[in-house]
Write a protein that binds this ligand. Structure first.
Ligand SMILES: [Fe+2]
Length: 138
């Protein structure tokens, strides 16, 4: 089993994204914010960093799933990693600045590694569960 702590690394990713957003907006005027399509963000948060989806939905802990079943939770984790990877890929479609694109590419690669590690955990759990689950056919 891998001894890395993916959740801790994800918090580091949040910090990296926040730092990138801060560096890109730190010196913007209200007019520049509006011209960039960020007028509503400026009204609600000034130049502060506020975690939200591209659609403006604020981050909440409600997005964190846990059923207490290791197989269910690991599949959820793997899906979350793929959703993060595809989000980074879509972001890269809009990014020309290599100083922004390179860290996004790094983060995209880490999501792939996380997906692989959760997959390894899933195989381990399937092999070691006392109570066999019928839905994976073992
Ligand atoms: Fe991840």
């Amino acid at each position: 089993m891998n001894d890395n702590h993916i959740g801790t690394e994800e918090l580091g990713h949040l910090e990296m994204i926040g730092a990138i957003c801060h560096q890109l907006t730190d010196r913007m005027s209200p007019e520049e914010m509006r011209a960039a399509g960020m007028g509503a963000d400026y009204v609600d948060h000034g130049l502060g960093i506020f975690p939200q989806s591209a659609g403006g939905i604020p981050w909440t802990a409600a997005g964190i799933q846990s059923k207490g079943d290791p197989i269910t939770d690991l599949y959820e984790d793997m899906a979350a990693e793929q959703k993060a990877r595809s989000t980074y890929e879509y972001l890269l479609d809009y990014i020309d600045d290599p100083d922004v694109a390179d860290p996004i590419k790094f983060l995209r690669e880490r999501e792939i590694v996380h997906f692989q590690r959760f997959g390894e955990c899933l195989r381990y759990v399937k092999d070691h569960l006392d109570n066999k689950h019928v839905f994976y056919g073992k």
